[in-house]
Design a protein around this ligand. Structure first.
Ligand code: FPP
Length: 236
């Protein structure tokens, strides 16, 4: 079975998971961290080399103050509790997004986790935090322009916030919504899209395997015809 090199996930549905249980929304996010930990392990076990997750979008600041501070607290707890075991499992952790708006404490936690796990090779986990796809394209263009270079696709590819990895092969969104929500807009040009009805805290190994099976059955044509793609497959 063809396993994607890079999987990206919009982890949606934490709030609904909590509401169904008459719990505060942040309890759903806490369960979301558990689901993320399981997912990283499951992806590594299956030979996926890069996992990129949307943990906090540029627009999430507009949520109720209580939820935003709950997410920040959860992030700080995760930085102190999750990084070491991930490091021991060979996970390289990278934080992707605009760090100018996060606290000094969080910024220091990001830098420490990245430094500790820098040379790990089992799987790369990109945690998108205060990330937006439009922000990413704009910041990449600004960097290219600041060097006085022409803004080309190659130049932008080298400056987007995920330039250290290849583009996602598979983009999963949980929670039953059919949107990209300003996630990796530039990088998902040719990603296969997969939408799961499962709420993120319920997205388990079986659900991941269902998504991977669907991916394996897709024909990726990258703009070519089906005949061209299957001729290449025969020749290879
Ligand atoms: C979307 O669900 C989820 C988020 C906005 C946060 C995702 C965060 C995690 C899974 C935890 C990992 C992150 C940190 C901070 C360590 P939603 O709240 O929009 O759910 P709903 O659509 O059911 O309301």
């Amino acid at each position: 079975m063809t396993i994607p090199h890079h999987v990206a996930i919009v982890m949606d549905g934490n709030g609904r998971w909590a509401r169904q249980r008459y719990l505060p929304r942040v309890a759903g996010h806490r369960q979301g961290v558990e689901a993320l930990r399981r997912c990283v392990r499951a992806c590594a076990d299956r030979g996926i080399k890069v996992l990129t997750v949307f943990a906090f979008s540029s627009e999430n600041w507009n949520r109720p103050q209580e939820e935003v501070s709950g997410l920040m607290d959860l992030l700080i707890t995760a930085l102190s509790g999750e990084v070491k075991p991930m490091h021991e499992s060979g996970v390289r952790i990278c934080f992707v997004g605009d760090r100018s708006r996060v606290s000094e404490k969080v910024r220091a936690g990001f830098a420490k986790a990245e430094q500790l796990t820098l040379t790990n090779q089992k799987i790369t986990l990109n945690v998108c935090f205060n990330y937006g796809g439009r922000w990413d394209i704009a910041q990449a263009a600004q960097r290219v322009a600041a060097r006085g270079q022409v803004i080309t696709e190659d130049a932008l590819n080298q400056e987007v916030a995920t330039a250290h990895v290849s583009d996602p092969d598979l983009l999963i969104r949980t929670g039953g919504e059919f949107r990209i929500s300003n996630f990796l807009l530039w990088q998902c040009a040719y990603s296969e899209l997969y939408f799961s009805e499962k709420l993120w805290p319920d997205f388990d190994e079986a659900a991941l395997d269902t998504a991977l099976l669907a991916f394996a059955q897709r024909e990726r044509r990258f703009g070519k015809t089906s005949e061209q793609v299957s001729n290449v497959a025969v020749a290879a």
